[in-house]
Design a protein around this ligand. Structure first.
Ligand code: ADP
Ligand code: DP6
Ligand code: CO
Length: 359
């Protein structure tokens, strides 16, 4: 008699995160171990997030995945590493209502289907890999009843994409680079939750939603191989900045926070220029946004807005409060009127943008 077939599904939603002290460079490519600590802020999932559904069924004959509706290959090492690590932690699952019982050892032979959607541009420098892998690992852990906490899961998400380890938490998050060769101590911890500094308003200025030419992975590999500035940054600059940034966040000291955030973004892009061949993630519009914010902060006497750019031209602008955010929008709309071409496409405004823990 044919076995009664069933499908067990779990859906999770995970926000993206934007680094204010950047991760750029690996000391181990396979385990994804970074050359320095980093700190990020997790964004509002209502605006930028990944939604992933994972399904398991005895009728599936292979692992498959669809990203934004298109089937992608799971053969890459990063997906395989995440799947292997979560499978190794799978526990028994019993769903009496549906009459499903999956024993621990069954997970080794059962296959998975994964469908994932990003509600923002993929591979355009808005950290889709961060939200994507964090969501995949979180959803799989729930599906397989893994008992690990979010920090332990972050060390698995890290093996999908480094920045992903920071998306398992809300608020401000630190990725500790760790020392262990097996990467077991390279994981994320929450510095403060989303309520700690909830007057901040984050505005994303989407300059281009086109896929970047140099992926973060390739870009940082080239930087590690060729940039002397990267060596100096990782050893001398970032350790000090991490301490100062933790202090600024703890004290809600916006002046220091903005100064450190902007300086770190600029140094990261300087490392990209110091790479051979040089990598250009920002464009003219990005540079004009920086000038606009710098001029305003200078004339205001104290910083009103911090800017940071990941590996792409899109600006992440962090306003001190609602008033500064309103003024910022007015300035941006004046400098980049919606009718002008080749400039800003759209804005994503996160009101009360620092949101809760993933899941
Ligand atoms: P980004 O700046 O958007 O993070 P990256 O170059 O770091 O760009 O990574 C883009 C890659 O991340 C994609 O090509 C894909 O392999 C992976 N990725 C993006 N979104 C998802 C997702 N939702 N689930 C799994 N993997 C994803
Ligand atoms: C500029 O995490 O996308 O956004 O680990 O190779 O997947 P891989 O790279 P990824 O790099 C992110 C780089 C960054 C800075 C940051 O998020 O800290
Ligand atoms: Co990425």
């Amino acid at each position: 008699m044919a076995e009664k077939t069933w499908v067990r599904m779990v859906t999770a939603q995970t926000p993206t995160n934007i680094a204010v002290i950047k991760y750029w460079g690996k000391r181990d490519e396979t385990l994804i171990l970074p050359v320095n600590d980093s700190i990020s802020v997790t964004l509002d999932p209502a605006h930028l997030c990944t939604t992933t559904t994972v399904a398991v069924s005895p009728s599936f004959d292979q692992d498959r995945m669809w990203l934004n509706g298109k089937e992608i290959s799971l053969s890459g090492g990063r997906y395989q590493n995440c799947l292997r690590e979560i499978r190794a932690r799978a526990c028994e699952v019993e769903d009496k209502e549906k009459g499903i019982k999956i024993a621990k050892k069954d997970w080794e032979k059962l296959h998975l289907h994964v469908a994932s959607y990003n509600n923002f541009p993929t591979a355009a420098g808005l950290a889709s890999s961060a939200a994507g892998f964090a969501c995949l690992v979180f959803a799989l852990a729930k599906l397989m009843n893994a008992k690990e906490d979010n920090s332990e899961l972050s060390a698995i998400a890290r093996q999908g994409s480094g920045s992903a380890c920071r998306s398992l938490f809300g608020g401000f998050v630190k990725w500790i680079m760790g020392k262990a060769e097996d990467g077991s101590d390279s994981l994320a911890v929450q510095l403060v939750d989303e309520k700690h500094w909830d007057e901040l308003v984050i505005i994303i200025a989407v300059v281009s939603s086109r896929q970047k030419e140099t992926s973060s992975t390739t870009g940082m590999r080239d930087s590690v191989e060729t940039s002397l500035l990267l060596q100096h940054r990782a050893k001398e600059v970032v350790p000090k900045r991490i301490k100062q940034m933790e202090e600024a966040i703890k004290n809600r000291d916006f002046g220091s926070f903005a100064q450190l955030t902007c300086a770190d973004s600029n140094q990261f892009h300087a490392v990209c220029l110091d790479t051979s061949p040089p990598i250009f993630y920002m464009n003219d519009t990005s540079h004009r946004i920086i000038s606009c914010v710098e001029k305003w902060n200078c004339s205001a006497g104290t910083p009103q807005v911090a800017y940071t750019f990941d590996a792409g031209p899109n600006a992440v602008l962090i306003a001190h409060n609602r008033k500064a955010a309103t003024q910022l929008m007015q300035k941006l709309l004046f400098c980049f009127p919606p009718s002008s071409d080749a400039d800003l496409n759209s804005y994503v405004i996160g009101d009360n943008s620092i949101l809760k823990d993933a899941g």
